[in-house]
Design a protein. Structure first.
Length: 345
């Protein structure tokens, strides 16, 4: 076979491999959903949700609104310290737009950050480098607190003897390793080591992108943007320690509200759980969202069914809770996409 005849065959194989990789997350999600339905019938779960009173749904919506307001506070504080007093509710709309893109994108809840940056630049007049620095700091603090909760949640589960068949000490070590990534990144930024800029330059040298025709200017522009953003982030760390502490405090408050919302939801669905059980179940949900599935589809449902089964509780309630979580997040994601469309022009 000549090189010319082999090339179409290679292209055909590459095309099908690409399609298979795109379908793989959805096939995995479908498999998990089928497993969930085999363990906990959807009809029973729907009946549990239908048993909710209107005032209970209203309380959960109000509590979720408080969670959203608290989550937005961290980004608002960072931008304000940078000299950009963006209206709080408008900023929350930009944050929802980013969430909508991330939620419907296969992957561990990333992808909407560029949307947040561009909305700040287009609608609020924030310079791109400043917007990148603000979004990066906000995401790093979010990851730091999220992984801190995951590590703490795993330790609580282990000490409480919950989910012993699934959670071992290796899982706690994994959660602590996850925690190291945002912590080390924040430390490197505070010290002025410019980790993103170093990474971009290293990738450029290793791949040869910075020497290819047409790529040099794009690469230089990206590296310059990264360096400028990290310089602003380092200056922010050193000039605004009080704002950093306030942002971390807001993050912790938002997590406490999230735990309260989740525990109250399970109580309304008929489960009277201890604080350790609530933290254990919420930890399972958060780990599920880290999987490379669109919106954690299938992973969230299976995590709740498995965790409740191991606790000796009704797994159908796990499906009911997943339905409520799914309905809430889909509505927020759609609202975010609408905001993005309305404010993009």
């Amino acid at each position: 076979m000549t090189k010319a005849s082999a090339r179409p065959h290679q292209t055909f194989v590459s095309l099908w491999l690409t399609r298979l990789l795109r379908l793989l997350p959805w096939l995995l999600a479908l498999g998990l959903l089928l497993w969930v339905l085999a363990r906990a019938p959807l009809r029973e779960a729907a009946a549990i949700v239908a048993g909710l009173h209107g005032w209970q749904v209203g309380v959960l919506l109000a509590l979720n609104g408080l969670v959203l307001l608290a989550l937005n506070g961290r980004w608002w504080l960072i931008l304000r310290a940078q000299g950009h007093a963006v209206p709080y509710l408008r900023l929350m709309g930009h944050r929802l737009a980013g969430f909508g893109v991330s939620y419907f994108t296969p992957g561990p809840q990333f992808g909407g950050e560029p949307v947040q940056v561009l909305l700040l630049e287009r609608r609020q007049g924030v310079p791109r480098a400043t917007a990148v620095a603000a979004v990066t700091l906000d995401k790093l603090l979010e990851l730091l607190v999220n992984f801190l909760f995951l590590a703490g949640g795993v330790l609580v589960v282990l000490r409480g003897g919950l989910l012993a068949e699934v959670v071992e000490w290796e899982t706690a070590v994994f959660a602590l390793v996850l925690l190291l990534f945002p912590a080390l990144f924040l430390a490197a930024t505070e010290l002025g080591w410019y980790p993103v800029t170093r990474l971009l330059r290293g990738v450029g040298r290793w791949s040869g992108w910075d020497w290819r025709p047409g790529w040099r200017s794009k690469y230089d522009g990206l590296a310059q943007l990264g360096a400028s953003s990290e310089a602003q982030a380092t200056a922010f760390f050193r000039a605004s320690p009080g704002t950093m502490l306030a942002a971390l405090t807001v993050s912790i408050i938002s997590w406490l509200l999230l735990v309260a919302e989740y525990g109250l939801m399970l109580y309304f669905l008929g489960l009277e759980l201890t604080g350790v059980q609530v933290v254990g179940l919420l930890t399972a949900v958060r780990f599920a969202f880290l999987l490379p599935l669109p919106g954690g589809l299938g992973a969230v449902e299976s995590s709740q069914v498995l965790a409740l089964s191991l606790m000796g509780l009704n797994p159908a309630v796990g499906v009911s809770a997943s339905l409520l979580i799914r309905a809430r997040d889909v509505l927020l994601g759609v609202a975010g996409l609408w905001w993005w469309r309305a404010n993009w022009g």
